[in-house]
Ligand binder design. Structure first.
Ligand SMILES: Cc1cc2nc3c(=O)[nH]c(=O)nc-3n(C[C@H](O)[C@H](O)[C@H](O)COP(=O)(O)O)c2cc1C
Length: 204
């Protein structure tokens, strides 16, 4: 998979309706093609990141680059990724506003009016902070917490499965010992297995 990000200038200021048309187009196409990403718009400037399988992204980049709604496309990065950074978004979108920027970590003195082509092209750390806003788990604290809980639950499930496995083997060992003891036929082999089981269930 690859991820591509760029900034560009809108050819005309985009109305809310034009942005909506664009966003619907992105979401329809992207969900059909397994593309995820984010798109920010403000002051006639787009900042976008798209990610997915390489041939799909290369094809989409050709289309986007040729789109007459924007120009002066400045590629910021094209890199290989092993997992999606915007997995939950067929295209996260926001019109940049001062309120929207309040909670963005790393943007201390950045305001909505600074969201413009020249500023973004010259300030990579600002771009990185803006892009980070939609990366999991920053965007939604609740999703972050659910993900964290999911991890704990996964861990507990694995621990439980291990306890169950050990209980089954321990029970079988006890049954074997009981049977062999009743018959007075306890072999070295059985005792060896029981010792190995005791060693494996001993708390570390
Ligand atoms: C700033 C910007 C971002 C875009 N992002 C996407 C996108 O993520 N996915 C997409 O399919 N089209 C995107 N487009 C639209 C494409 O340039 C193109 O119009 C569209 O993919 C054509 O879709 P169609 O082949 O279904 O007509 C974007 C256009 C602009 C101006």
């Amino acid at each position: 998979m690859i991820q591509v990000s760029y900034v560009s200038r809108a050819n005309k200021p985009m109305s809310a309706e034009q942005l909506l048309v664009l966003l619907m187009q992105c979401r329809d196409n992207n969900s059909a093609q397994g593309v995820t990403g984010m798109l920010l718009y403000g002051n006639g400037t787009f900042l976008q990141a798209i990610e997915g399988e390489e041939p799909v992204i290369d094809g989409l980049v050709d289309k986007i680059w040729a789109d007459r709604r924007h120009a002066d496309i400045k590629l910021l990065s094209r890199r290989r990724i092993t997992r999606r950074e915007y997995a939950d978004w067929t295209m996260a979108f926001e019109r940049v506003s001062d309120e929207g920027l309040w909670n963005v970590e790393g943007l201390v003195s950045f305001a909505a009016r600074d969201f413009n082509y020249d500023y973004l092209v010259g300030h990579q750390p600002v771009v990185a902070a803006l892009m980070d806003r939609y990366r999991e788990p920053h965007y939604d604290q609740l999703i972050g917490e659910i993900n964290a809980k999911d991890k704990v639950i996964e861990h507990l499930k694995a621990a439980l499965a291990q306890v169950r496995d050990r209980a089954q083997v321990t029970r079988l060992a006890l049954e074997s010992l009981t049977e062999a003891g009743r018959k007075g036929e306890c072999t070295d082999e059985l005792l060896g297995m029981c010792e190995a089981i005791i060693a494996s269930v001993r708390p570390r």
